[in-house]
Design a protein around this ligand. Structure first.
Ligand code: EPZ
Length: 417
């Protein structure tokens, strides 16, 4: 289990190019199962969620290659329909293999998925939608047994705009007989990217980015080469790091529209935002002023995946601020670790009250989930003295060598094996 050793106090200056978004690549890899042809996915970061997804595809019979940030998937010989438990528990996203496996094989067996410990993360919205599409779903002993022999297009209303459920249903519908209409669909950019990928394969999906997505099932889908959207959460993490530590941090390749709520909040914290072409910079020359309050919301609201990182910004800002986490019920596990570093934070249910302090102190802290872990690296880069962060395997799920990203910007971060 590796740890990070961080010497805090440096300003951050420099430019980092962000690669393809983890949460776009994962559903796109699942969607490659919908064709027997080869697919190529470009600009992919080497992170463990991706390598675990590739392992799952291989157990289903895919031939995969991952070289120089390009993934080649050949699904001609896919002949299995069950996702192994040991891999499914590593990866929440394994669950949205259900849709494409059903679309292709008309039956599927998937274990209840694992992933970040940020809440119960039930699957009721997925299951209700799949049943509306004629899929038989039996749950027993932590496994999901699905019969897709009567898979057909249907009208589905999601009780909550779940990202994963929207993606699962889009993929199940792509090859289903007839038309599917998903109401109250998630609007995240990664959903639009999945639509564009399925359409590049010859599918007929429309409406992604709005709350109504329509899919017309087709007989067959063909292979394609595709470059997914850049990772707005990695970009946002680095921009917040710049705001916290001071200096000028530029991310190249990010899409400004995907980051509007964050840029709005950073600007309110007295950071200067400069964006030209595909570069976005955050310039921070003084101690930030605290936000009064922000709430996490489904896109286009403030993303829950940047909540922990923004909490670090508020922990060192002038004044007191409030965060309300509306998406996941336990996404404040970082608070205990930040308090070890001298932060003044109280939590009640889904509300955190953060009284900014002038300085955090280096300490030994533990990453409990992917984004909380990345937030602790920001806190360590700001704190006085040395910080060690263990549980780095959580961070490696979504950041390609986080120590390299931060070192490129002038932080002192080492990975201790
Ligand atoms: C996706 O998770 C992302 N993961 C998450 O990113 C992200 O935080 C989340 O969407 C919200 O934006 C991937 O794309 C791989 P949801 P997902 O279904 O699909 C509840 C990261 O750090 N819900 O939109 O699991 C659920 O419990 C990860 O990269 C149900 O109640 O999120 C949660 O409270 C973390 N029943 C809320 O909806 C269901 O059937 C949002 O979940 C499904 C979800």
């Amino acid at each position: 289990m590796s740890r990070l050793l961080i010497k805090g106090g440096n300003e951050l200056n420099g430019e980092v190019t962000v690669k393809a978004a983890k949460n776009a690549v994962l559903p796109i890899l699942a969607a490659t199962l919908l064709t027997e042809d080869k697919c190529e996915i470009e600009n992919v970061p080497h992170i463990t969620d991706i390598s675990n997804m590739l392992k799952i595809l291989e157990t289903l019979g895919s031939k995969v290659r991952f070289e120089d940030n390009v993934i080649t998937v050949d699904n001609a010989n896919v002949n299995k329909h069950n996702v192994p438990n040991d891999l499914a528990k590593e990866l929440r996203s394994s669950f949205f293999l259900l849709g494409p496996i059903l679309g292709r094989m008309h039956r599927a067996v998937v274990a209840y998925p694992g992933g970040c410990d940020i809440g119960v993360r039930p699957l009721d919205i997925h299951i209700k939608g799949l049943r509306e599409m004629g899929i038989g779903v039996e749950e027993s002993h932590g496994m999901m047994y699905c019969d897709g022999s009567r898979l057909k297009g249907a009208n589905v209303l999601l009780d909550f705009p779940s990202v994963g459920a929207t993606e699962n249903l889009m993929m199940a519908a792509a090859l289903a007989k007839g038309k599917t209409r998903i109401a109250n669909a998630a609007k995240e950019p990664e959903i639009t990217d999945l639509q564009n990928f399925i359409n590049a394969m010859g599918g007929k999906v429309n409406g992604a980015g709005s709350s109504i997505i329509e899919v017309e099932g087709v007989q067959k889908l063909h292979g394609c080469t595709y470059r997914p959207i850049p990772d707005r959460i990695v970009a946002g993490t680095l921009l917040i790091a710049g705001g916290v530590c001071g200096g000028k941090v530029t991310v190249k390749g990010a899409v400004r529209e995907h980051l509007e709520p964050l840029l709005f909040n950073l600007n309110k914290c007295t950071c200067f935002i400069d964006s030209r072409g595909d570069k976005i910079s955050v310039i921070s020359q003084a101690r930030p002023r605290n936000l009064d309050k922000f709430e996490t919301q489904p896109y286009p609201g403030f993303p829950t995946d940047l909540q922990s990182q923004m909490m670090v910004m508020m922990a060192v800002s002038e004044g007191t601020g409030v965060i309300v986490e509306n998406i996941f019920e336990t996404r404040f596990r970082i608070v205990r670790e930040l308090i070890k570093m001298g932060a003044k934070i109280t939590v009640k249910d889904r509300t955190a009250v953060i009284r900014g302090v002038k300085a955090l102190e280096g300490a030994a802290v533990s990453a409990m989930d992917l984004r909380g872990g990345a937030a602790l690296v920001i806190a360590g880069a700001k704190a006085e003295g040395y910080t060690t962060v263990d549980g780095v395997e959580h961070i490696d799920r979504g950041y390609e060598s986080i120590e390299t990203l931060f070192t490129l910007l002038g932080a002192e971060v080492k990975r201790l094996r």
